[in-house]
Design a protein. Structure first.
Lengths: 118, 494
């Protein structure tokens, strides 16, 4: 039980990851799919941030009285991944706008009923 | 002075040229920029390959920061070869792109297409050249995001849905790779691939590393369209503009196969990946199923572009089979097939670009009698098709030869038989096009006066077709490099 609670950050990550994945897989609405994708990616952000944390560590700025620092590298890495995630979301939404103007719908089943889906 | 910075220039030049295309805002100028940059990249990659073959591994520290703190570009035989495939593919297909793009993409969007092309080139070259695991993810997303845009620019509205689905699947795949990188970083505290390879054996027997291993398998498998994660590919290639299909078919999945080789042979090490984790037990059946199912589904396609896309799924299957033998000949087969498949698929997709240019369609029923109306175009299809089947003296024969050699070497003749069976299926689907084009009368439709495609489209197509047969006869470059690359991969961490 102690161990289970001690790893609570990973449980949060897994919960977010699976919910995001489920939303991407099951929703027929294209915008909801993108929301799911965002939750899925956010779980990985949380994962990276929590692996860089050292218990009782502070931000890695040299100051008096502090000797334990968190590892800044995963935090920097995930900054890059967040930028990538924002770009993906923006592109995804832009595609949804164009799909809406081409098909008049953003529901997958209605688009497929449009008749030209192979 | 400049020559010592070639590895950086390989990536930086297309990266800087991409916004330039946005600034000039004119399609023709953007095309000239893209073309010049692609040929410059090709020249750089040829020079790098020469250097690697003469001097061995080329290491370049970005910004002078030594690895493992800085990002390191590390070029050995296999990624030098990959750089050549990607930049060569871009350079040749761009020759073809201008006229084809004018036909298929609206005028005000053309400069965007070339911008995305350069970004995609940047990403693919970056993945191939870098020696840093996180850098692979960043470049992977650069190339993927730009390829989603390229696919969505096609004239068919189905391209939009194909791009959207590819975006969802591609992002999930890339995120899986990101998770894998994070888990490896947790265990080793490094992102440098050479460093990872050194530190992993000590922690190899932990659940974290094993989980990372399978996250990579699914993530990279999605990106390389390994069966059953291939479902995004057929629509994406079928509805993309012809030039984009040709470029992506020649490069994008190839680079993903390279990432697979790099992670499983160089980073995890062949003995861990294939002995301890028995990756072959999964890779071999998936590869065989991909080769058979991909070819079989291709036989039933009514749209020739989709047919070729399914054939690509099958070809990725061959490469997976080649990798799964973990032998020198198997790897030669896989690596040479990277190159040869890029040649034939780029040629065939460009042929379809020519057909689309005249007909506005690539449906099989519209191809009737085309052999007489567009003799040079359809002759190029036949020649490319022969290479796809693997007829002796064509490039496709070389890679299948090594594949079958490796299968027999490992004592499993049923695998050799299945590879041959899949090649027979390739005969069937290529034949369907040949039959329509040569053995049926042209459609009796006065509105359809089809003439030969313009010379500016035919020249790059025939250059590639010629290359298919040149590299079918003169194999010292491809097989020579592939053999050295295979030995390097098997030597590393083994």
């Amino acid at each position: 039980m102690q161990q289970f609670l001690g790893l609570y950050n990973y449980w949060i990550v897994i919960f977010l990851m699976m919910s995001g994945f489920y939303i991407v897989m099951t929703s027929r609405n294209l915008v909801k799919k993108i929301i799911g994708l965002n939750i899925f990616q956010a779980s990985v952000f949380v994962f990276y941030i929590s692996i860089g944390k050292v218990s009782e560590g502070t931000a890695p700025i040299v100051a008096e009285g502090l000797s334990r620092y968190s590892n800044p590298l995963p935090h920097v890495l995930i900054l890059t991944a967040i930028v990538v995630g924002v770009a993906t979301t923006a592109l995804g939404l832009a595609l949804v706008v164009r799909i809406h103007s081409a098909y008049g719908s953003i529901e997958e089943n209605e688009i497929e009923e449009g008749g030209d889906e192979a | 002075m400049i020559s010592s910075h070639l590895p950086a220039l390989q990536v930086v030049i297309p990266l800087l040229a991409a916004p330039l295309c946005i600034v000039v805002h004119r399609a023709k100028a953007a095309w000239v920029i893209a073309l010049v940059v692609s040929w410059a990249s090709l020249a750089i990659s040829v020079r790098l390959l020469e250097r690697v073959l003469q001097e061995g591994v080329v290491v370049y520290s970005m910004g002078g920061w030594a690895a493992p703190w800085g990002i390191e570009y590390r070029i050995d035989e296999i990624n030098a070869f990959l750089l050549l495939i990607v930049s060569g593919g871009s350079a040749l297909v761009l020759l073809f792109a201008r006229v084809s793009v004018e036909r298929e993409i609206e005028a005000e969007r053309r400069y965007v297409f070339y911008t995305m092309w350069l970004l995609c080139l940047t990403g693919l070259l970056g993945i191939a050249i870098t020696g840093d695991a996180f850098n692979v993810f960043v470049f992977l997303e650069i190339s993927s995001l730009s390829s989603y845009v390229m696919i969505s620019l096609g004239s068919d509205r189905r391209g939009l849905m194909a791009a959207f689905r590819y975006l969802i699947v591609g992002t999930i795949g890339a995120t899986f790779i990101l998770i894998g990188i994070g888990l490896l970083y947790m265990m080793t505290g490094t992102l440098n691939m050479a460093d990872l390879a050194e530190r992993l054996p000590a922690v190899a027997d932990t659940r974290t590393v094993k989980v990372a291993f399978w996250f990579f398998a699914v993530g990279i498998g999605t990106k390389m369209a390994l069966f059953p994660l291939h479902f995004w590919l057929p629509n994406a290639y079928a509805y993309a503009p012809s030039a984009a299909s040709a470029f992506l078919a020649a490069s994008a999945t190839k680079v993903a196969v390279y990432v697979w080789l790099r992670f499983y042979f160089s980073v995890f090490g062949a003995s861990f990946s294939f002995d301890a984790m028995s990756l072959s037990d999964i890779l071999l059946p998936l590869g065989l199923v991909a080769a058979l199912v991909g070819s079989a589904v291709a036989v039933f396609q009514q749209d020739v572009k989709r047919m070729l896309a399914y054939s690509s799924v099958a070809q990725i299957g061959y490469m997976a089979v080649g990798i799964s033998f973990v032998s020198v000949n198997g790897l030669i087969g896989a690596i040479v097939h990277l190159f040869n498949h890029a040649l034939m698929k780029a040629a065939l997709f460009m042929v379809l670009g020519c057909v689309f240019y005249r007909l506005g369609s690539v449906a099989l029923r519209d191809l009737d009698g085309l052999g007489r109306q567009m003799p040079w175009t359809m002759a190029a299809f036949v020649a490319g098709g022969l290479s796809l089947i693997g007829v002796p003296s064509s490039a496709g024969f070389i890679s299948k030869w090594y594949l079958i050699l490796a299968a027999l070497e490992s004592g499993s003749w049923p695998i050799a038989f299945l590879v041959l069976l899949s090649s027979l299926l390739a005969v069937v689907y290529v034949w369907r096009v040949v039959e329509a084009a040569y053995f049926r009368a042209p459609l009796d439709d006065p509105s359809r006066r089809v003439v030969e495609a313009p010379v500016s489209l035919l020249v790059p197509v025939w250059l590639l077709v010629a290359a298919n047969f040149y590299f079918g006869l003169e194999t010292s470059l491809t097989v020579g490099v592939a053999e050295r690359a295979a030995r390097t991969l098997l030597g590393a961490g083994g």
